[in-house]
Design a protein around this ligand. Structure first.
Ligand code: HEC
Length: 275
């Protein structure tokens, strides 16, 4: 039970005494039944005393305190003038910003854009960034080490492991040793599956985007297409892959018609090239 402090008891006793006109003082709680009567007789004085209570000087009602939130609203700084133009130009800025974000995609046009799309057929085995997997690693310069020129790679992707099974392809002197068809797995042949433009484009993606090959500016045409060093296109008006003299690059079987077009096409590849 909570102890009521003595001074509070004393105060309540005095208060009660004041209300009951001294009767309560003579009759504490523990008093004999006679106190009953005295306390009941004290009811009337108590009531009159209670009526007298409001007569006591009550302080005038304090002015209603202003709630904190109203006070805050009244004293808060107003919106600065410069906010309005900023708010107005925000959508314009957002529009321009969004435009600047899509810029790199605009640069990727023509063959490189097509190449990125076609590469999705290769990514399952070679990895989205060419890190390798079921297929050989292409990034970190690997694909350029195997194929110093694009012609050898065009041929290899056209004929796949079927065309090169058990035979060396690419540069036989590449660091780490020349690659032999089937030594890593089975690379599908893409001759006939891809159009010549798709084949060239996906290989450009592997060499330039994944492999980091830098093409001289004069070998990029007005539509971003690859040109030979003499300025002639790799894809002719008929949509065929051609060499710098306009002659067909790949034969019907997918092998290079003239294997001498690049340094990788010496040796074993020449032996393979006959129809
Ligand atoms: C089904 C898996 C698979 C797919 C799909 C695939 N490749 Fe391959 N690729 C391989 C394998 C396996 C090798 C190694 C082949 C071998 O050892 O003969 C390889 C090798 C290569 C190489 C030679 C790399 C080197 O350094 O020896 C190139 C280039 C290549 N692939 C390009 C492509 C392109 C381009 C595509 C898509 C159009 C593609 N690959 C799709 C599995 C695949």
């Amino acid at each position: 039970m909570t102890e009521v402090p003595e001074h509070l008891l004393e105060r309540s006793r005095q208060r009660r005494a004041a209300l009951s006109g001294g009767a309560a003082e003579a009759a504490p709680e523990t008093a004999a039944p006679s106190a009953e009567a005295s306390s009941s007789s004290a009811v009337a004085p108590a009531a009159s005393a209670a009526a007298a209570v409001p007569a006591e000087p009550t302080p005038p009602p304090a002015p209603e305190p202003v709630p904190a939130y109203i006070e805050a609203a009244q004293s808060r700084k107003k919106i600065p003038v410069w906010v309005l133009p900023v708010v107005i130009f925000l959508p314009l800025w957002a529009f321009l910003y969004a435009g600047s974000l899509s810029e790199p995609e605009v640069e990727l046009e023509g063959q490189l854009a097509l190449g990125a799309t076609v590469y999705q057929q290769c990514a399952g085995c070679h990895g989205a960034t060419g890190g390798g997997g079921a297929g050989r690693q292409l990034n970190n310069g690997e694909v350029l080490l195997t194929f110093p020129t694009i012609e050898g790679q065009l041929e290899y992707v056209a004929v796949g492991t079927t065309g090169y099974s058990g035979k060396p392809y690419g540069d036989p002197d590449r660091p780490g040793g020349g690659h032999v068809g089937g030594s890593y797995g089975n690379m599908p042949a893409f001759l006939g599956t891809l159009t010549p433009d798709e084949l060239l484009s996906v290989i450009r993606h592997e060499r330039e985007v994944i492999g980091g090959e830098v093409i001289p500016a004069e070998q990029i045409g007005p539509d971003g297409e690859l040109l030979h060093s003499n300025g002639e296109p790799y894809i002719n008006d008929a949509g065929e892959l051609v060499d710098e003299n306009g002659e067909l690059l790949l034969g019907e079987t997918g092998f290079l018609i003239n294997p001498g077009v690049g340094p990788t096409e010496s040796g074993p590849v020449v032996a393979m090239a006959g129809p």
